[in-house]
Design a binder for this molecule. Structure first.
Ligand SMILES: Nc1nc2c(c(=O)[nH]1)N[C@H]1C(S)=C(S)[C@@H](COP(=O)(O)O)O[C@H]1N2
Ligand SMILES: [Mo]
Length: 408
């Protein structure tokens, strides 16, 4: 749960007067407290918060100090999203204490629910194994802007996603080092390192997520992104990466990794990120949001302000499969009436990464509705309609992602 939780929590923080007590709360973040997030293309652009000041400002839409989106025209066509254009999403005020990153190798992770519970420094984790995972990091709420009931939360269109390479130690290698999981464990539960202000119920604040243990197969504890040390904004010194799952499950600045019988009692697990019906109160009984579905969108041309020259046009974008690889991609230049197969281009970085695609079309002067529709190895095809839900999660509707372009 994004905005609802945030605004609720923010009000609570304000009413208990404990904002100042919340160590690591940035000035920018504080200035943002209680203010609504403008949607993409909303009010005047905000500037980048200090902890993310190194982002390429021209490529980003700053919704708030905690939510920064990549512009649809800023993904490029080279598969990997440059780190300085990757979206940022924080559910609570992020740590801004730069000293956290002074000695990243001495950051510690506590491991429990295993035969030999203990803590590890990042330096120790680096001795256990190494894996590099190219993957799509995508917020559960990406595409929320198109839900007609206007769910609260950041009005992301396509830019709460990126394809990046994370490098770290496989969770399986860590498990080997601690003698395996204790008996009967069903979930892997990760806890973020944000400071919890005193006097508040930690379960309302704590960023802690549980995923089914089947996810350990490809999960890693990462300290590197796209060949560079993982910056604080993306969860440095250490972050868990759960490939194929929505972004919220990849906990940043991870302090605890526990194998558990139950899901985390934190609010972010119990009632947020669930398939709650529109207008209903969220309940732990609602199905959890975990795995990403098949999805694609066109990036070029996509700028509604721009006029495209009539004639041959290269329509390009990205396609992802979710838990299996993207297998094929179709494009329509008439609003989804007719579809034709498009070509994947560039490297195939494995099932969790996205593929670039291109479709050459001859477009006459006028307005054209461009759509794309991906199918994955499991045989799932992107649907025309989104699956409605209260908070506007997991929008993979091809119709919503359609672009209308002017050709002259
Ligand atoms: N500790 C912590 N981890 C977190 C979050 C957070 O607020 N705190 N937000 C989650 C959400 S909702 C998303 S979409 C991703 C965003 O990752 P990014 O900021 O590196 O793009 O981080 C996830 N991990
Ligand atoms: Mo997210």
């Amino acid at each position: 749960m994004e905005k609802l939780t945030n605004s609720g929590r923010r009000q609570m923080l304000i009413s208990t007067g404990s904002i100042a007590a919340m160590a690591g709360l940035a000035g920018v973040a504080r200035a943002d407290l209680g203010k609504p997030d403008p949607g993409a293309g909303g009010t005047a652009p905000k500037s980048l918060p200090s902890y993310a000041s190194w982002k390429d400002a021209d490529s980003m839409i700053v919704h708030s100090a905690n939510t920064i989106e990549t512009k649809r025209t800023a993904f490029g066509s080279s598969v990997i999203t440059p780190t300085n254009r990757l979206f940022v999403r924080n559910n609570v005020a992020p740590p801004t204490d730069a000293s956290m990153m002074k000695e990243p190798d001495s950051w510690t992770l506590e491991v429990s629910g295993v035969a030999k519970p203990r803590s590890f420094t990042v330096a120790e984790l680096k001795t256990l194994g190494l894996a590099a995972v190219p993957m799509v990091l995508q917020c559960s709420g990406n595409g929320r802007a198109w839900f007609p009931h206007k769910p609260s939360g950041t009005q992301w269109t396509v830019g709460a996603a990126g394809c990046v390479v994370f490098t770290g130690v496989p969770v399986k290698a860590l498990l080997e080092a601690v003698g395996g999981m204790s008996e009967g464990m069903v979930y892997m539960t990760s806890t973020g390192g944000e400071p919890i202000p005193q006097g508040l119920d930690p379960n309302t604040i704590r960023v802690e997520r549980s995923v089914p243990i089947s996810a350990i197969e490809d999960a890693i504890l990462a300290w590197e992104i796209n060949g560079e040390a993982l910056p604080l904004a993306h969860g440095g010194p250490l972050r868990i990466i759960v490939p194929g799952y929505t972004g919220v499950n990849s906990i940043k600045y991870i302090k605890q990794l526990a194998f558990t019988k139950e899901q985390s009692p934190a609010k972010i697990q119990q009632t947020s990120y669930r398939w709650t019906a529109v207008g209903e109160k969220p309940s732990p009984k609602d199905e959890s949001i975990w795995e990403l579905p098949v999805k694609s969108w066109i990036n070029f041309p996509s700028d509604p302000e721009q006029t495209v020259a009539a004639g041959r046009v290269q329509i390009s974008g990205i396609a992802m499969g979710g838990m299996t690889a993207a297998k094929s991609i179709e494009v329509s230049v008439n609003g989804g009436k007719d579809w034709q197969k498009a070509e994947f281009v560039g490297p195939d970085l494995g099932k969790y990464a996205w593929r670039e695609f291109v479709f050459s079309a001859d477009l006459a002067a006028g307005t054209h509705e461009l759509a794309c529709r991906a199918t994955n190895e499991a045989g799932d095809t992107q649907p025309e309609a989104r699956r409605e839900n209260n908070r506007g999660y997991i929008n993979n509707s091809w119709r919503d992602h359609m672009v209308s372009i002017k050709v002259a």
